[in-house]
Design a binder for this molecule. Structure first.
Ligand code: AMP
Length: 245
């Protein structure tokens, strides 16, 4: 799928978008939507799951500590993830905004992020302040029964990161990436027993963020069971609405 240029044709290349958070259960489509938003606005997608998997693959100290927890479907401790995120948010490509996919995942992470953004706003000009404004939070709401099918069918390209679903969004040639022909792969934590643990972690530790952000007037709920294009249209109109305020 290409970026939805018709939906946001007015977006100026250098416009400041500010922070966007995608909130939703595993398999809700956060990665797919984050990539589309990132591509359209020219801001980076910061997926803590991808950053952690990269650390696991490189065998870093963080990766070694995170691997066992990830394979069990449990969350990595807040401090470890925050230390990783802070390094990424200080990279220059985040200066017009960024999309957080999979972060925050606990209330303490959300509180930490609010403090971080507030600190970054200090002493900045209007443009700098806008780049680190309070985030727009888009919650992708999905039917629990659909999640297992979405996750069981999920495959991604190890080269370009494009995401497919063998049932819902299959590649043109079975098992191969449409973009570069690489062999698609599944994730070790997409096994059904691990997915159940991940859903438990989501319900217990991440769902409280819905109250956290809605009580602050920042949450926009989108029906994630709709087709990808419709979810995308609603997500874009939410971002455009907030950026006009
Ligand atoms: P994801 O790709 O977002 O589904 O994340 C995969 C796994 O990485 C999760 O099941 C957690 O073990 C870990 N993880 C990702 N993001 C976070 C986070 N913000 N806090 C704690 N653990 C995380």
């Amino acid at each position: 799928m290409t970026a939805p240029t018709t939906v946001v044709s007015s977006v100026a290349d250098a416009r400041i978008v500010g922070p966007i958070i995608l909130l939703g259960a595993p398999g809700a489509g956060k990665g797919t939507q984050a990539k589309l938003i990132a591509c359209t606005y020219g801001i980076p997608q910061i997926s803590t799951g991808d950053l952690l998997r990269d650390n696991v693959a490189r065998g870093t100290e963080l990766g070694v500590a995170a691997k066992a927890l990830m394979n069990k479907g449990e969350l990595v401790p807040d401090q470890m993830v925050q230390d990783m995120v802070i390094g990424r948010l200080h990279e220059p490509d985040c200066s017009r905004g960024f999309i957080l996919d999979g972060f925050p995942r606990t209330v303490p992470q959300a509180e930490w992020l609010d403090k971080f953004l507030e600190k970054e706003r200090e002493g900045k000009d209007a443009a700098g302040k806008a780049a680190y404004a309070a985030p727009v939070v888009i919650q992708l709401q999905v039917d629990y029964n659909l999640i297992l099918q979405r996750i069981a069918g999920r495959r991604s390209c190890p080269t370009c990161g494009r995401i497919y679903n063998v049932y819902l969004q299959p590649p043109k040639v079975e098992g191969k990436c449409d973009v570069d022909g690489a062999t698609l792969v599944g994730r070790p934590d997409d096994r059904e027993d691990v997915v159940k643990e991940r859903l438990k972690a989501y319900e217990q530790q991440t769902l409280p963020l819905v109250d956290y952000y809605s009580s602050r007037g920042r949450l926009i709920a989108v029906d994630g069971d709709l087709p990808v294009e419709e979810v995308m249209r609603q997500a874009f109109s939410a971002i455009e609405h907030v950026n006009r305020l």
